[in-house]
Design a protein around this ligand. Structure first.
Ligand code: SGN
Ligand code: CA
Length: 503
């Protein structure tokens, strides 16, 4: 661990007075963190006291969504405040973020903020608008990860969530000009696939009997796109790669992913392997002995998945606690907006799935908690989306919000002001097909009560859900001739026009 002692600049009142009075911004993002596994949202699976603390001392957004449920595109929406068709980063496959375009870090930097991004970037092009960047190449590794620090590669031994946090605290600690306000994007790799826990957290959740989601055995009736996906725990979650069953006897063989699973293991140091084996070897032996199949195998996979995923969250929450403690210790809590969000939601076995992409609730939603000093406490129920972060940060910093930004500033909501004319519907568009997990391209509209989706490209199907009557989205009530359908289609067209979507 990097030393945290010796905080000087923010300790004395005189020094603190010197900072210009604009609020700092600490924008924490994780990767694939489901709201189901944050106790502020849902306490069935895990207790996350530190992430909850942000919401308890600030606000929890109960209707927070993304514009495109996949990493790079979601990050591009957050940086630009614009939907994917406007910022150009539509998918993770063949897009490179055009770093010449307007982003909130660039505008903050221009306005005198010190800006940094530490952790996952995932936008291919070199980060622009940052005084300091220290990013994971691509998806990054859980163990002994490489980082690229202002263009220079390095490798650090240890566990990625601890290291990313160390780097962020180190940056905060070593800033030379503490009179400047800062914007720090602390963007974790965790809990992205393949959910590798920190060694000290292995097995933390093994004794828990996780509730099986009601829709775990979904057969996708009346939902053609869902029938064709490849993201089920039962068929597409790999035993060796995802669930760490890389046995020494080389008897367990899975899919094309097996070799990657064995490589991940080989990246561990000898000491790390010892601890890893001490935990997984007995599980592997037990798994072989049981010789499971069909339903029993699916449920075993679900439990292993949940156990690993939650251990990764446990470490994430602990490390967020370290950051919050640091802010307290240095007085920064008093003048820093703290934001916690994921790049999208994730399936914890609902519909039998892992991964994201679909406009269905679990992946369209994303957790969002914010703590604004002297701001509102409680919940915010308005429909908000990841294109709203950029204008929020700009308004907070007193920077004019460019016309081209499509999101709305959340600042009035954070201050507890009455806001009239808030949006009543959201636009969504997912473009990444053909691709891994085989989720068809689709776009749609969500109002407070209904959701209309059009799947297209090599398919042409519509789905409509009444979220009030059918919160699990099992019953597609699309009927072309109904007036409900008609009015939602009209509203969808209004949204597409508003956001300047080309036909
Ligand atoms: C990788 C994962 C996928 C995941 C995408 C996108 N496969 O390709 O399961 O959907 O990332 O995730 S893996 O074999 O490489 O683990 S994203 O969060 O970065 O968009
Ligand atoms: Ca992600």
């Amino acid at each position: 661990m990097l030393p945290l002692a010796g905080v000087t600049l923010f300790c004395g009142c005189n020094e603190k007075m010197k900072q210009d009075d604009r609020m700092n911004i600490l924008f924490i993002m994780s990767d694939d963190h489901s709201y189901q596994t944050i106790s502020a949202y849902d306490n069935r699976f895990i207790n996350t006291p530190n992430i909850d603390r942000i919401g308890n001392e600030g606000v929890i957004f109960t209707n927070s969504f993304v514009a495109n449920s996949i990493s790079g595109p979601s990050r591009a929406c957050a940086l630009t405040g614009k939907h994917s068709h406007k910022n150009g980063y539509m998918n993770n496959i063949d897009c490179t973020f055009d770093s010449a375009q307007m982003t909130f870090p660039k505008l903050l930097q221009k306005a005198g903020y010190e800006t940094a991004i530490i952790g996952k970037w995932h936008l291919i092009s070199t980060p622009a608008g940052f005084d300091y960047w220290d990013i994971l190449p691509g998806q990054g590794d859980y163990y002994n990860p490489k980082f690229i620090e202002n263009g220079k590669e390095k490798q650090i031994e240890g566990y990625v969530t601890n290291i990313t946090t160390d780097l962020a605290l180190n940056w905060l600690e070593s800033r030379e000009d503490k009179e400047k306000p800062f914007c720090l994007m602390l963007h974790h790799k965790a809990p992205h696939r393949t959910w590798m826990p920190d060694l000290c957290d292995l097995g933390k959740f093994d004794s828990i009997d996780f509730p099986i989601p009601e829709t775990f055995f979904d057969t996708y009736e009346n939902r053609v796109a869902a029938q064709q996906q490849e993201m089920t725990i039962s068929s597409h979650m790999d035993l060796v790669y995802d669930l760490k069953m890389a046995d020494k006897e080389n008897e367990i063989h899975s899919s094309y992913l097996e070799k990657w699973g064995r490589l991940l293991y080989n990246n561990l140091t000898e000491e790390q392997k010892k601890q890893w084996d001490a935990y997984y070897d007995p599980i592997i032996d037990d798994f072989k002995r049981q010789n499971l199949s069909e339903e029993a195998l699916s449920l075993w996979k679900y439990r292993r998945y949940m156990s690993d995923y939650l251990s990764v969250i446990y470490s994430l929450d602990k490390n967020i606690g370290r950051v919050l403690d640091y802010l307290d210790k240095t007085g920064l809590s008093e003048n820093t907006l703290v934001v916690y969000v994921s790049d999208q939601g994730f399936y914890m076995g609902e519909h039998g799935w892992f991964d994201k992409r679909f406009m269905y609730e679990e992946s369209f939603r994303t957790p969002l908690l914010m703590r604004l000093p002297n701001g509102k406490r409680g919940t915010i129920d308005q429909l908000v989306q990841n294109i709203d972060y950029a204008p929020t940060f700009l308004e907070l910093a007193g920077v004019e919000i460019p016309e081209e930004i499509q999101g709305k500033s959340l600042l009035p909501l954070l201050k507890g002001e009455e806001v009239e004319d808030w949006r009543t519907s959201l636009y969504y568009h997912f473009y990444e097909y053909p691709s891994e997990h085989a989720v068809k391209r689709h776009y749609g509209i969500r109002t407070e009560r209904y959701k209309l989706i059009h799947f297209y490209n090599d398919i042409d199907t519509w789905e409509l859900y009444d979220l009030q009557a059918d919160p699990n989205e099992m019953n597609n009530i699309y009927d072309e001739k109904s007036s409900l359908c008609d009015s939602l289609k009209r509203e969808l067209n209004v949204l597409r026009k508003h956001y300047e979507v080309e036909e």
